[in-house]
Design a protein around this ligand. Structure first.
Ligand code: HEC
Ligand code: HEC
Length: 284
């Protein structure tokens, strides 16, 4: 018999037999006691309509079972519940962990083609609903990812409100993207100066001598003299780099277009790198 060779089935069968035997035994004992038993011992003083209680000690078996249940309950609550051992959740967690490890080791040294292919796959599933199949964004819904999101209006908004309070949406004040420089403070420039810098930056760091000069004095200390972000201290304003995309994926981003959701914990490191490679390829 095939099902009997499974030791879980065997155990269940044994358990069922034990429960059956115990039930019959205990029922038998009490039936006998009801028919033949005579009580003896000292009665308590209180009685209810003539019905009294004996001064008995708690039965040893009962007391042990009572204390045992409490100890078992504490063990089960704090240590025993098999979240990471055998349980459906535990088994699922173990399988996901093993699969992720296999995935990471398979793609430990991906080529650029691997990354582009994987990145396109991730992009089409996770990002295209908002950023569009071809990455050019869906009208008013999300950023066109074929070019760095730097236009005059957006730069002006960041200069006016700072990076942590965009329009009426106030962020936590820590800097939403987690760069070492933290939050970009509001009001570094205003009026015509702000407009000149915004035009210069939005124009790809060209033209506009006044803007160039103001940029060097007001912005270069964090974003670098050429706008590429000084080794990742602050965002690269010129083009997408892996660090910016990783930061947006981890923290999400609130801006003048809307809210980009955080993908923290939803992509592996390789997948993040792949999607970044794919996005950079869109503007090449
Ligand atoms: C104190 C350092 C610092 C200075 C000075 C600074 N920035 Fe920033 N900037 C940052 C940081 C850090 C971020 C990312 C903010 C975040 O994570 O919230 C940022 C973000 C930005 C963004 C948004 C980037 C994006 O992808 O949305 C723009 C645009 C920008 N800065 C332009 C400027 C301009 C123009 C100036 C000069 C007027 C300037 N910054 C001066 C640190 C600075
Ligand atoms: C729910 C819609 C939505 C989804 C899904 C989404 N995004 Fe976004 N994303 C946005 C919005 C809206 C913005 C613009 C935020 C702003 O106003 O600054 C944005 C901005 C970005 C930016 C910053 C652009 C810049 O130049 O500052 C990057 C990079 C980005 N998304 C990458 C991705 C990737 C990669 C995925 C898939 C893993 C993805 N997004 C999925 C809505 C979305």
């Amino acid at each position: 018999m095939n099902w009997l060779s499974d030791n879980v089935n065997q155990l269940a069968l044994l358990g069922a037999a034990a429960i059956l035997i115990l039930t019959i035994g205990v029922t038998w004992k009490y039936f006998k006691q009801i028919k033949e038993g005579k009580s003896e011992g000292e009665l308590k003083e209180e009685n209810w309509d003539g019905i009294g209680e004996y001064k008995n000690n708690s039965p040893v078996g009962w007391s042990l079972a009572f204390i045992g249940t409490m100890i078992w309950g504490i063990w089960y609550w704090f240590f025993g519940y098999p979240l990471d051992a055998y349980s459906q959740i535990g088994e699922y967690n173990e399988e996901v962990k093993a699969y992720q490890a296999r995935f990471e080791s398979k793609w430990a040294n991906p080529t650029k083609e691997d990354l582009l292919g994987m990145g396109e796959g991730v992009y089409l599933v996770q990002c295209s609903p908002c950023h569009g199949i071809d990455g050019t964004g869906i009208e008013g819904k999300a950023q066109d990812l074929t070019k760095r999101f730097i236009n005059k209006e957006q730069v002006l908004s960041v200069i006016e409100h700072g990076s942590a309070a965009l329009g009426d949406k106030v962020m936590d004040g820590q800097g939403q993207l987690g760069y070492p420089m933290g939050e970009m403070p509001p009001g570094l420039l205003s009026g015509a100066d702000a407009v000149a810098v915004a035009e210069y930056v939005a124009n790809g760091f060209k033209g506009n001598d006044k803007g160039a000069e103001l940029y060097q004095s007001a912005c270069a200390s964090c974003h670098g003299p050429d706008g590429t972000g000084m080794d990742g201290m602050a965002p690269n304003l010129k083009e997408y780099d892996d660090k910016l995309i990783a930061a947006v994926l981890e923290h999400g981003k609130v801006g003048i277009i809307g809210t980009m959701p955080s993908f923290k914990g939803r992509l592996t490191k390789v997948q993040e790198k792949a999607v970044a490679t794919y996005i950079r390829s869109l503007s090449e």
